[in-house]
Design a protein around this ligand. Structure first.
Ligand SMILES: [Zn+2]
Length: 144
């Protein structure tokens, strides 16, 4: 399983989201701001990869949390990122979240190692486009 190391070599590594593509032809361009996720599933995959690679700014940008100051979010994400190693993503189900949708859900299991123990997080995530417009970027809203 690919891990996030800085530099060109990492871009040729398999994308952590498990798509089978390389990072630079999968979630990498989303993290770098070169492309926008076109579906709820793409956003979900790219957010998982961002967790795996420590792309904290991407996690913040794709999940509005106006109640929490950005500095606090950065601190919390960095702290959890140091303690958890994400090792595998399984997408179980996708409902809507496509080009003609403003909302969608993705059910997944994310496997990780935390404090030396294998754990898994199962979640059905709700995604919506910004401002509810078809032209809006996909955003992670919350777990259902
Ligand atoms: Zn990917």
């Amino acid at each position: 399983m690919a891990r996030g190391f800085a530099g060109a070599a990492a871009d040729q590594a398999a994308c952590p989201c498990g798509s089978g593509a390389t990072l630079d032809s999968c979630c990498g361009p989303f993290h770098q701001g070169l492309l926008k996720a076109q579906s709820a599933e793409q956003l979900m995959r790219s957010r998982y990869s961002a967790y795996a690679l420590g792309e904290i700014e991407y996690l913040i940008a794709t999940h509005p949390e106006p109640e929490t100051p950005i500095r606090q979010r950065r601190r919390e994400l960095r702290a959890s990122n140091r303690q958890i190693r994400w090792i595998q993503l399984e997408i179980l189900a996708v409902d809507c979240g496509g080009p003609e949708d403003c909302q969608g859900t993705v059910q997944f299991v994310a496997h990780c190692i935390a404090a030396g123990h294998r754990r898994c997080l199962e979640e059905t995530s709700l995604f919506e486009r910004r401002d509810g417009q078809l032209s809006g970027d996909w955003l992670y809203i919350r777990a259902l």
